[in-house]
Unconditional design. Sequence first.
Length: 80
Amino acid sequence: MAAYTLLQLFEVALASAILLIGVLTRSATVALLGGGLLIAKAILNILWPEGGSVYRRSLIGYSVAAIFWLGGTIVYHFAG
């Protein structure tokens, strides 16, 4: 198995663990962080057929994840 594949599997496992910790501790911000990281990884892989460097795809994916986390945290603050 390629090193990049192992790195992706590790990132998904880590993001899933963060999401699970957030759910089990009832911490919305931590759960949103884990979900955002999983969204980032999905976007990174969805953009793969479009081409471009892994850095460009990562920048797009993790920017969307940051917006998801920040927006979700703001919504949680005002809804809770």
